[in-house]
Design a protein around this ligand. Structure first.
Ligand code: NAD
Length: 257
């Protein structure tokens, strides 16, 4: 009997694996487990040795470098997908960056350059990915990005990333409305705090983890496997009636006053 939730026959691009703790890795593992064929990127030469063994274990058929700041690199990834696959079914954008001095400063004090760089890597790159994916999603598709609750509430020490994630969530809704008629669905995942490299860049991140573990109605932190399962469901045809969602994967933390 065929499973209701499957990614058999689907081809997906995963951007954002740095190591086995990355949210993108948890998602990629779930995509693979449900039968998808994957294209995986790594940031640069320094990241390559950490990502290649993971891409191997996921049986990725396309593995390429992609620093979204580098002109042409993102385009080259989509060109390779077009040449090898001729189409694309889903994309996971799981990347973010802000310069440390701006991330650790009050929003009032963040620099113009730091703000623009954080917006470019963490938000506008998702719009660029959507634009490049659109012509390849000939039978519809699903685009997903990863946000955080600090977009809508002031979370101590989340600082500059708050307004950046707010822009990302808003962009998600506009992309969902614009691409919906083509059967392309666009979602933002909003996981609770997870111990990853990007997470540890946030000042006093351990306090954030501890508070989430203590206060979430589920009584525990979420895992990258939890995020992967939800992401894989959203990428599947079982979720074809969902579009423009902000999916809180946080054990219910966001409902608390
Ligand atoms: P991570 O450090 O494993 O992943 C961050 C990724 O961003 C890395 O793979 C890194 O290479 C990539 N990246 C940074 N600059 C880039 C650039 N210029 N071009 C291409 N890639 C670039 O950490 P993570 O926690 O898995 O982060 C993934 C996403 O999840 C981020 O958007 C983050 O804001 C979001 N998020 C994280 C948490 C958490 O608590 N860890 C919670 C909610 C949302």
């Amino acid at each position: 009997m065929s499973s209701l939730i499957t990614l058999e026959g689907k081809k997906g691009l995963v951007v954002g694996i740095a190591n086995r703790h990355s949210i993108a890795y948890g998602c990629a593992a779930a995509f693979k487990a449900l039968g998808a064929e994957l294209a995986i990127t790594y940031l640069n030469e320094k990241a390559e040795p950490h990502v290649l063994p993971l891409a191997d274990s996921l049986g990725a058929s396309i593995v390429l470098p992609c620093d979204v700041r580098e002109p042409g690199q993102l385009e080259a990834v989509f060109e390779a997908i077009k040449t090898s696959w001729g189409r694309l079914d889903f994309v996971l954008h799981s990347i973010a960056f802000a310069p440390k001095e701006d991330l650790h400063a009050r929003v009032v004090d963040c620099s113009r350059d730091g703000f623009m760089l954080a917006m470019d890597i963490s938000c506008h790159s998702f719009i660029r990915m959507a634009r490049l994916a659109e012509p390849l999603m000939t039978h519809g598709g699903c685009l997903q990005t990863v946000s955080f609750y600090g977009s809508e509430k002031v979370v101590e020490h989340y600082n500059l990333m708050g307004p950046v994630k707010a822009a990302l969530e808003s962009a998600t809704r506009y992309l969902a409305a614009e691409l919906g008629p083509k059967g392309i669905r666009v979602h933002a995942l909003s996981p609770g705090p997870l111990k990853t490299r990007a997470g540890s860049g946030i000042d006093r991140f351990d306090t954030l983890l501890q508070r989430a573990a203590e206060r979430a109605p589920s009584d525990k932190l979420v895992t990258i496997e939890d995020v992967g399962a939800c992401s894989a469901f959203l990428a599947s045809d079982a979720a074809k009636a969902l579009n423009g969602s902000l999916a809180f994967i946080d054990g219910g933390y966001h409902i608390l006053a």
